[in-house]
Design a protein around this ligand. Structure first.
Ligand SMILES: [Cu+2]
Length: 153
């Protein structure tokens, strides 16, 4: 019996090792503040992930307002925010989910209705502080945070 068990244990162990060597999907989460309603803020000012492997960010909106979520290149919050403000005169702004056109945007969600959830998947290769903003008109100045990317070991 013992001689039979050893190969089985070895096989199971090597399967676990293989699974761990695959680049892992980093699941992170961020919510809008829902209480008090209409606060126009994210629930955390900073979230973290590591460079190099896929990040799956789940955005939850328990608020009474619509919100979206954008991940930006470091140092471009004001620039992209200004583009978002400028969308107020764009008749197609809503169709575009209030996401301006900019190469500084790494990832963007759709507009998320009250009670809704959206997932965005992206990869960041360099460590740094990546701004997170909501570009619904008038929100980004209050509704922002940082995705802190550190080097993976
Ligand atoms: Cu918002």
């Amino acid at each position: 019996m013992k001689t039979l068990l050893i190969p089985i244990i070895l096989t199971v162990t090597s399967l676990f090792v293989l699974a761990e060597e695959k680049p892992k999907l980093q699941k992170i989460e961020l919510s809008a503040v829902g209480n008090p309603p209409g606060t126009m803020k994210f629930a955390k000012t900073e979230i973290k992930a590591t460079a190099g492997s896929k990040i799956e960010l789940t955005f939850k909106n328990p608020d009474v307002l619509q919100h979206n979520i954008l991940i930006l290149k470091p140092g471009t919050k004001d620039k992209v925010g200004a583009l978002a403000d400028a969308m107020l005169t764009d008749p197609d702004a809503m169709k575009k989910n209030y996401v301006p056109k900019s190469s500084d945007i790494i990832a963007a969600s759709k507009l998320v209705n009250p009670g809704g959830t959206e997932k965005i998947v992206f990869t960041i290769k360099e460590s740094g502080d990546y701004p997170i903003i909501c570009t619904f008109p008038g929100h980004w100045r209050l509704m922002n945070g940082i995705l802190k990317i550190t080097k993976s070991e």
